[in-house]
Write a new protein. Structure first.
Length: 400
């Protein structure tokens, strides 16, 4: 599998920052802490920096704590201890933060204002952390521009956006992804888009927001995932399946816990509006409850149809420029029939359950007008395999 990344330039967003007064080389200095990546997520990062008294002739020891997404003990994500305040030291705190932190970078931006309160040694390590502020996310238009750059990569078959926007902006981004997928499908570069419900307090999804977003994005080319935070795992799981396999009841790899456990009534409501819900499934662990697109169709049916379209497109291109003769048209039909036969043997396409309709049909023809214009027409029909979504069992109980 490959990942093609169309980045949104840093100029389209801002990182979060804060400053602290720290003793460096026994002098008061102002240090800026900045998130490593731009985006409004950075406004939820908190930093606590404090010093400890050093032995006579020694350096002041510095500690830096990073909290995300709240300044609570349980949200401590990084702790850097036994750092030095002396430049050139092997554990100089600025160098260590920049080399080891996954959340922030540190920069000395100048001498501290003498009138400001300098962080003293022996400061209370339980003091309130400093919040980083000023971060912002790119506008939806920036994501639309990035999507445009993906149009020149015909091999892409799944598209998603990494963002932290709320309902209105997120819906706009997903609408652009849906339009992109529809546009690409018209030129045989078929692909499926993915989105997810927006983040909420303490990981509890807003059911009204989730159903409203899904209802505005109905398409057989878009998958809307809930709860928030599992879209990447769903994409990874689908990428690991054969194209005709359904994601329904498939376990998500690398996921050990759920941020929210849906009730049965929640799941019914979500599936009804076309949400691909993730939940705890008996004997499956954390899995996709039903692998559906936002129009409630099966994801694997769309992927089978896309594979058929790509086969026809790739085969047809080999015949461009060849003479429009009966022999060439027959050869074209045979190549397509061969590709569809392989799909049938794989189990991707199947005959009707009553056996009256075949798994596929192919005709290749050229009318007199088509012949004069150098046109050959291909008509195909395929019957994609469907997953078993429900099993109805009738049990008769006889009392004696």
């Amino acid at each position: 599998n490959q990942v093609v990344v169309a980045n949104v330039p840093d100029s389209q967003s801002e990182a979060a920052t804060t400053t602290a007064d720290v003793m460096i080389d026994a002098a008061a200095a102002e240090v800026q802490f900045k998130t490593r990546a731009n985006g409004a997520w950075g406004n939820q990062v908190f930093v606590r920096v404090y010093g400890r008294s050093a032995p006579a002739g020694g350096d002041e020891a510095v500690e830096v704590h990073v909290f995300y997404p709240t300044p609570k003990k349980e949200s401590l994500v990084e702790a850097f201890r036994n750092l030095s305040s002396r430049k050139g030291h092997a554990r100089y705190f600025v160098d260590v933060i920049n080399a080891e932190s996954g959340f922030i970078k540190a920069t000395v931006i100048g001498a501290s204002d003498p009138t400001s309160k300098v962080v003293p040694t022996n400061v209370d390590p339980n003091a309130s952390p400093l919040q980083l502020t000023g971060a912002s996310d790119p506008l939806p238009s920036a994501y639309a521009a990035a999507l445009g750059r993906l149009e020149s990569y015909p091999e892409i078959d799944m598209v998603a956006a990494s963002h932290q926007h709320h309902e209105a902006e997120a819906t706009a981004i997903y609408a652009d992804i849906l339009s992109h997928c529809d546009r690409m499908s018209r030129i045989a570069r078929n692909r499926v888009g993915f989105g997810e419900t927006t983040a909420t307090v303490d990981g509890v999804p807003d059911m009204q927001v989730t159903t409203r977003m899904a209802s505005r994005l109905p398409s057989d080319r878009f998958v809307f995932v809930a709860p928030q935070g599992y879209m990447g795992s769903v994409i990874g799981m689908i990428a690991g399946l054969r194209y005709f396999e359904s994601p329904t009841f498939k376990t998500l790899g690398g996921v050990s816990s759920l941020s929210f456990d849906f009730t049965d009534s929640n799941l019914i409501s979500l599936i009804t509006v076309g949400v691909c819900a993730v939940d705890e499934v008996a004997r499956k662990g954390i899995a996709c409850v039903k692998g559906i697109t936002s129009d409630t169709g099966q994801i694997n049916v769309t992927r089978v149809a896309d594979r058929a379209v790509r086969h026809v497109q790739n085969i047809a291109q080999d015949f461009i420029g060849l003479l429009n003769t009966e022999q060439q048209r027959l050869a074209l039909k045979q190549r397509i029939t061969e590709a569809f036969t392989r799909m049938e043997k794989e189990g991707a396409i199947v005959p009707s359950t009553d056996g009256k309709s075949p798994a596929f049909a192919v005709t290749v023809e050229s009318t007199p007008d088509d012949f004069a214009a150098g046109v050959v027409r291909i008509d195909t029909a395929v019957r994609p395999v469907r997953a078993i979504d429900y099993i109805y069992a009738t049990i008769k109980v006889q009392a004696f």
